[in-house]
Structure formats: structure tokens, C-alpha cells
Design a protein around this ligand. Structure first.
Ligand SMILES: [Zn+2]
Length: 168
């Protein structure tokens, strides 16, 4: 699967703020210097000042992928763009069953770890909130989520699905 350039460049075109994250190599280890010992494999920004270092063009994206083909990417969440992050490890899928019916259909990403990201736009300022329900966090102002086409340490890729495809 190597449609990373197409997926990420179309997100840039559509106005999402994208940052470079460390990726996952062919041995399923983080590409940062910690490698197999990294506790945030493939999920942490390459640049400490990531908020000021968003990728602004397809050309910049192309250069990054030429230099670091294993790079992962993150989508910066803001006060108005927030993501409901469902983590299967902490009963997130159980919690999702309770709220799925109340969620309006939206851009949906199945995560490499078996969870889901639901993207929403809001007029109200949304901040990061953790543990709203077991295994469900909100990523808002000051946060980011791993972008589709990124690789998870399990070897699986994050990918967009239709909202209806969510397993309930
Ligand atoms: Zn790492």
C-alpha cells in the first residue's frame, strides 16, 4: 500500500494542517532513534515545534517522502476541527456502541490499532478531553491524530472508511 502521497496531498488541498511524524520501518519499529524501544511508535512528531511546521505544499510532501519513505503523518486538530478518538484497548469499542447512533456521519478513519477516528467541524471551541467514556478521547485545540495512510506498529495502516462501515 503506497498511496500515502495521494491521500496526504488531497488532505493538504482540502485545508487540513498536516505534520510529519516518525514512521514505522519494515521491522515494525519506530523510525526514531529509540527504534523498538519507542513507547509512541509511529505516532510522535519529527519536529518539536510541530505546530509551526505544518506541510504547506505537495512539493514539500514529495520531498519528505523521497527522503523518508516510511514517514507517517499527523492531522493537527484545532479549536474548530476535532476528532473523536476511539481506542479499542480501553473498552472504546464498547463505549462506541453507546454513542454511535448519536453521531452524525462524517469523515471516518479506521486506525491501525483497530479503533476509529471521527472527524468533526464545530463552531464552538473544542479542547482536548480524555476519558469522556472508557477508551474515548477528544482531540481538539492543541492536539493531533495520526493521518490515514500512516502505518501502525501492528503493521496495519490507518485508512478511511465510510461511516456506515463502522463495526458496531
Ligand atoms: Zn519513536
Amino acid at each position: 500500500m503506497n498511496n500515502k502521497f495521494e491521500v496526504i496531498s488531497s488532505m493538504i488541498e482540502n485545508g487540513f494542517s498536516i505534520i510529519e511524524l516518525y514512521g514505522i520501518d519494515s521491522n515494525n519499529n519506530c523510525t526514531c532513534y529509540k527504534g523498538a524501544d519507542c513507547t509512541s511508535s509511529g505516532k510522535h512528531p519529527v519536529n518539536k515545534k510541530w505546530k509551526e511546521n505544518t506541510i504547506s505544499s505537495k512539493e514539500e510532501l514529495e520531498r519528505i517522502l523521497q527522503l523518508r519513505p516510511n514517514a507517517n503523518f499527523g492531522v493537527v486538530t484545532t479549536e474548530n476541527l476535532f476528532v473523536i478518538d476511539v481506542d479499542p484497548r480501553h473498552d472504546g469499542l464498547e463505549s462506541l456502541k453507546k454513542i454511535y447512533g448519536t453521531l452524525p456521519p462524517t469523515l471516518t478513519v479506521k486506525t491501525g490499532g483497530g479503533g476509529y477516528h471521527f472527524y468533526y467541524i464545530s463552531d464552538e471551541e473544542i479542547r482536548n478531553r480524555t476519558g469522556i467514556l472508557n477508551g474515548i478521547d477528544i482531540r481538539g485545540e492543541g492536539g493531533f491524530v495520526v493521518a490515514p495512510a500512516s502505518k501502525h506498529k501492528s503493521g496495519n495502516y490507518y485508512h478511511t472508511i465510510s461511516f456506515k462501515e463502522v463495526e458496531k
